[in-house]
Design a binder for this molecule. Structure first.
Ligand SMILES: [Zn+2]
Length: 386
């Protein structure tokens, strides 16, 4: 058995009303000024204003709202400029979905040096350090509040990534009340993304016994709570369970990585500009039976976590049942007409930024099998409509 390392987690503050712990946590980080990085949705819902008001009588606070869409290099560089204007002692607070949190994590790390964001893509250079950072997720999906990976669109429009210990936040603050304004379609899509994280980590080549515990508990919580969180957005118990599940799944992928659904999902993001959660769910649906087929026993623990008494072979149809229970089709409907070409998709699946996910899958595909999986995706979602 190979040697593995579990890296430190952020301090976790979780539960209904946890937002009230924010000033105390920032004091603990010795913050003297704050850059609040959020998004238009959180500003419109009033949360960015509430967080600003909670802090503004104690600290100089500047608010940076991320533009719509997924993070790009220019946005990170603009955030770094905003952090530098605040001077020394700045802490970065991320408030929002995966995009706002990834930008906040990158701004905290890039601000510590003199290089622009481009110089840190795909580990091209080490970070010079990081500013203190605290993340408050508004979706229950990416687990970005506990990971060392950020998704960034590069200068050529390709979805790529940045990675490093400096991208791991100091504090993750999980308050389920912040997620009640998330629309049902986003609750469904992001919840399925968290589920795919948990399944891909639990069956990954790099899995170990400690991280498997995190991943399987995430699966249990999602199968218990996702349908309720979609149907009854104000059910705080289900919201908290989903938040905890996304965090657990985030810890699992932070240690053990993702698999083929994320390889294909990132490629779909590059070639068809599908949102991450939608793309990953589609990719999982098209690839899961193929992954399970080679070794159903590898999926036995996932099956038991999804439904006690079931077996590894049941996982693909249990996943379909979960999609249905979450009304995922409603979330995917706006993308049904999306055109995806086979050659472009396969090319992106085989590009350098997506290969680590391919190599970490439960069943590692050959080049021919990558072609088969690409053809499965373009053959249709659902029933030939993608
Ligand atoms: Zn994901």
């Amino acid at each position: 058995m190979s040697i593995y390392t579990i890296t430190p987690l952020p301090t976790l503050v979780a539960g209904i009303g946890a937002l009230r712990a924010l000033p105390e946590q920032l004091h603990r980080l010795h913050a003297r000024a704050l850059l609040l990085i959020s998004d238009q949705g959180m500003a419109a819902a009033g949360w960015a204003g509430r967080v600003h008001d909670l802090l503004a009588d104690r600290y100089p606070v500047d608010t940076f709202l991320a533009p719509p869409g997924e993070p790009c290099i220019a946005t990170v560089d603009a955030g770094v400029t905003a952090a530098r204007i605040l001077g020394t002692g700045v802490a970065v607070v991320g408030l929002g979905g995966g995009t706002a949190l990834d930008i906040a994590k990158l701004v905290a790390a890039v601000s510590a040096g003199t290089r622009p964001m481009q110089d840190y893509m795909m580990c091209a250079n080490p970070y010079a350090g990081k500013l203190p950072s605290l993340m408050i997720p508004s979706t229950s999906g990416t687990g970005a509040e506990v990971t060392r990976t950020c998704v960034v669109t590069d200068a050529d429009g390709r979805k790529s990534w940045a990675w490093g210990d400096e991208l791991c936040p100091d504090v993750a603050l999980l308050d389920p009340e912040i997620t009640v304004t998330l629309p049902p379609t986003l609750t469904a899509a992001t919840g399925i993304d968290a589920f795919v994280h948990a399944v891909e980590a639990a069956t990954a080549q790099r899995i170990n016994a400690i991280v498997e515990g995190y991943a399987l508990q995430a699966i249990r919580l999602i199968c218990t709570a996702l349908a309720t969180a979609v149907a009854e957005p104000h059910d705080l118990k289900a919201r908290q369970q989903m938040q905890e599940a996304a965090c657990l799944a985030g810890i699992a992928i932070n240690q053990c990585g993702t698999g083929i659904a994320h390889n294909i999902g990132h490629a779909l993001g590059t070639v068809a500009h599908l949102p991450h959660a939608i793309a990953v769910a589609i990719a999982m649906e098209r690839s899961l039976a193929w992954s399970v087929d080679a070794d159903p026993g590898r999926y036995q623990a996932v099956a038991s976590a999804m439904r006690p008494g079931s077996s590894g072979n049941d996982v693909p149809h249990l996943f379909m049942e979960l999609l249905e229970a979450a009304d995922f089709d409603r979330a995917a409907r706006p993308y049904h007409g999306t055109k995806v070409g086979y050659a472009g998709l396969l090319d992106s699946m085989l590009s350098a930024e997506n290969l680590p996910m391919m190599a970490n899958n439960a069943r590692v595909p050959t080049q021919d099998e990558m072609g088969y999986l690409a053809s499965r995706v373009v053959a249709g979602w659902p029933q030939g409509s993608l």
